[in-house]
Design a protein around this ligand. Structure first.
Ligand code: NAD
Length: 473
């Protein structure tokens, strides 16, 4: 049981000014696994002051020196990998093999962004001007609960490598991982104030960070609704705001697609991380003439799912992260039914053989109307929606019928045509005939999925200002 009653500010574990506590529960068993004391706006102010004081000296270090510190953070995290994996399974409900893969990637980001900073061209020459790349200053990072360490790290690592200092406010639903990250950074010996951790609610600690005039940039990952609120608040101080928001991504199967591979990819996608992922392919758009074949394949996939304890070998889908989130996902399943969607499998209630925990039944629907609530809104659970299309143009129309634009996929034997369809999708990433993740390629949304880019060089350059030096000769 974790007792966390301090925040990491100015290189020290510090007692918060607030006394409110939150109990964090194991998502599979609902047993308490930790109690945290929440920080207040006063704690945020202190953390920001410390970050602002530390920033000039951190920026003055060479990229090599910063990379040395960051590589030590990767080592510290790797040394605590078993605990980090356990905690990910307990806080969020993700199954163990996936937890291992994502935590490993998260730990590696500190050393890899250190290396990027070392090889980056900090001064670039145009014909008549010199471009000087500089850190932005103090970065406020606000992150969600679904991949706690990965999403903290994809902000903290490049921000620090670029010479910024950071105040991190993780999600209060899964905050425990944040303390382990702070301990790793402390053990790596980063100078005081370079990294600060404030655990608190969005309404208090989050808004205090967004409105603080000493914060130069807010780097946010979370829901579109909160992203809009942050944009509005940050506009008062004209901060740079980078937003990575929600999604309702589509997989388009063309007439010549390997339908079995396409349905498997769609189902894998909504069951990875139990469907609690921003880029899950939550709409599968299939040729109308192949709808029943697609339904049969989805039924078969559902029959092979094993819902259960995320730590147990053989489990393929774990619980939702919290009771509130379980209710939300089940609410969408009920909405699908009440709006007349066809239920291929699943439905409301607990899965067979499970009588406690935040579990839902993996569910597949068919709808003919892409305006149906379950085809428009982000459900964030193991729920798939199959929609028939009447040819290439119709498939593109349905896929683009969304306020979101995060990811997508196209399956089709004619790869020239598949790429043409991929280019017509208004999203930041499209996979063709297979789902991959490239940590060197930028990842970010179009439209209401956000305006930022994470990963690769673009994810580093997000944290830089560009100064143009022009000399009269
Ligand atoms: P959320 O928006 O509810 O919360 C995210 C963070 O914002 C939390 O730390 C929360 O405390 C904070 N917050 C809440 N209200 C705030 C306010 N008024 N001011 C400042 N901060 C505030 O999101 P969530 O439920 O934690 O995460 C799920 C969402 O995140 C989904 O929509 C998902 O698609 C999205 N997400 C996007 C990406 C991406 O890369 N685009 C990645 C992961 C998750």
């Amino acid at each position: 049981m974790y007792q966390r009653d301090q925040l990491y500010i100015d290189g020290k574990w510090t007692t918060p000014t607030g006394t409110d506590t939150l109990t964090i529960k194991n998502s599979a068993t609902q047993e308490p696994i930790g109690v945290v004391t929440l920080g207040t706006s006063v704690d945020v102010e202190r953390a920001v002051e410390s970050a602002a004081n530390a920033q000039p000296a951190w920026a003055a270090l060479s990229p090599d020196e910063r990379a040395g510190y960051l590589s030590a953070v990767s080592e510290q995290l790797s040394a605590r990998m078993t605990e980090l994996v356990d905690l990910f399974c307990q806080e969020v409900g993700i199954i163990r093999p996936q937890a291992e893969a994502f935590q490993g990637l998260a730990a590696s980001l500190y050393s890899s962004y250190g290396e990027r900073a070392k090889r980056f061209e900090w001064t670039q020459q145009l014909d008549n001007s010199t471009l000087a790349f500089e850190p932005i200053g103090v970065v406020g990072a606000i992150t969600p609960w679904n991949f706690p360490l990965l999403l903290m790290s994809i902000k903290v690592a490049p921000a620090l490598a670029a010479g910024n200092t950071v105040v991190l406010k993780p999600a209060e639903i899964a905050p425990l991982t944040g303390y382990l990250l702070a301990e790793a950074i402390d053990a790596a010996g980063l100078p005081p104030g370079v990294f600060n951790l404030v655990i608190g609610t969005g309404a208090e600690a989050g808004e205090a960070l967004v409105t603080d005039p000493l914060v130069d940039m807010i780097s946010f990952v979370g829901s579109t609704a909160v992203g809009k609120r942050i944009s509005a608040l940050a506009s008062e101080t004209v901060k740079r705001v980078s937003l990575e928001l929600g999604g309702k991504s589509a997989l388009v199967a063309l007439e010549d697609a390997d339908l079995e591979a396409a349905i498997r990819a769609g189902m894998d996608s909504v069951t990875t991380a139990n469907g609690q992922g921003c880029a899950c392919l939550t709409r599968v758009i299939v040729p109308r003439g192949q709808l029943e074949a697609a339904v049969g394949l989805a039924e078969k996939y559902l029959a092979g799912i094993k819902v259960g304890d995320p730590q147990e070998a053989g489990t393929t889908v774990g619980p939702m992260a919290s009771e509130a989130h379980r209710k939300r996902v089940e609410g969408y399943i009920e909405t699908g039914i009440s709006e007349g969607a066809r239920v291929v499998g699943g439905g409301p209630g607990l899965p067979d053989g499970i009588d406690a925990g935040n579990f839902v039944r993996p569910t597949v629907f068919v709808v003919d109307d892409s305006k149906a609530t379950i085809a428009q809104e982000e459900i964030f659970g193991p729920v798939q929606v199959i929609i028939p299309h009447d040819g290439e143009a119709d498939a593109i129309r349905i896929a683009n019928d969304s306020v979101y634009g995060l990811a997508g996929a196209v399956y089709g034997a004619d790869v020239v045509r598949a790429e043409r369809v991929a280019r017509a999708l208004r999203t930041g990433k499209v996979d063709i005939n297979g789902i991959t993740f490239d940590p060197d390629a930028p990842f970010g949304g179009y439209r209401q999925s956000g305006n930022g880019k994470m990963y690769g060089d673009k994810g580093f350059e997000e944290f830089l200002e560009i100064k143009t030096l022009s000399k009269l000769s």
